[in-house]
Design a protein around this ligand. Structure first.
Ligand SMILES: NC(=O)c1ccc[n+]([C@@H]2O[C@H](COP(=O)([O-])OP(=O)(O)OC[C@H]3O[C@@H](n4cnc5c(N)ncnc54)[C@H](O)[C@@H]3O)[C@@H](O)[C@H]2O)c1
Length: 171
């Protein structure tokens, strides 16, 4: 797949990794649709990338119907859909048993809903659209990329100090 032919939906696309991917694709001739919850940053990202190259869609990735509807609208703006990049995520790390109490179930559920179920919602709705694409010479109809973390493999010890604030390690 040539970068100039990329028509991509990027979740979490107005910040950090997602915005970085959007900048890279647009710089190489691609078009992007940014799915996020931050309208202010969405407007700033579109202003930077150019309204012909990028459009922002207020989207909560945990909302199955909203994701499907916005993917359809994004495909219409992009003139096709052949790449999805799942970058939307929240930092939900914490101790199962903290100093004061055990972690509330709601904390865990929210993290799973955004980081896991949200990625699934986007992937399945995108695959439903991409299945109708004509296959290229490599047999590809589209590409779906999910973001993970090294934290999936190396759990943080409860004895380690509290990690620095998110702003210190995200772009
Ligand atoms: N930056 C890193 O070094 C790093 C390392 C490992 C893993 N990650 C993971 O990669 C993902 C992106 O990281 P980042 O640094 O770009 O974070 P970030 O906070 O800069 O960007 C995440 C974006 O997701 C959006 N978002 C949050 N909840 C959403 C929802 N329900 N629906 C739609 N959008 C939502 C936020 O508004 C934000 O714009 C996160 O899941 C993060 O945990 C990042």
């Amino acid at each position: 797949m040539q970068l100039s032919s990329v028509r991509a939906v990027i979740t979490g696309g107005v910040s950090g990794l997602g915005l970085g991917v959007a900048r890279f694709l647009v710089a190489h001739g691609g078009k992007v649709a940014l799915f996020d919850l931050n309208d202010e940053k969405g407007a700033a990202a579109v202003a930077e990338l150019g309204a012909d190259n990028a459009r922002y869609f207020t989207t909560n990735v945990t909302d199955e119907a909203g994701v499907a509807a916005n993917l359809g609208a994004a495909k219409a703006f992009l003139g096709g859909l052949n790449v999805v990049m799942n970058c939307a995520g929240i930092l939900g790390a914490g101790r199962v048993l903290g100093r004061e109490a055990a972690m509330p179930l709601a904390n865990f559920q929210t993290t799973v809903m955004v980081n896991l179920v949200g990625s699934f919602n986007v992937a399945k709705a995108a695959a439903e659209l991409m299945q109708h694409n004509e296959a290229n010479a490599a047999g590809e109809r589209g590409v779906i990329i999910n973001t993970a973390s090294v934290a999936a493999y190396e759990a943080r010890s409860a004895r380690l100090p509290t990690p620095p604030p998110r702003a210190a390690w995200s772009a």
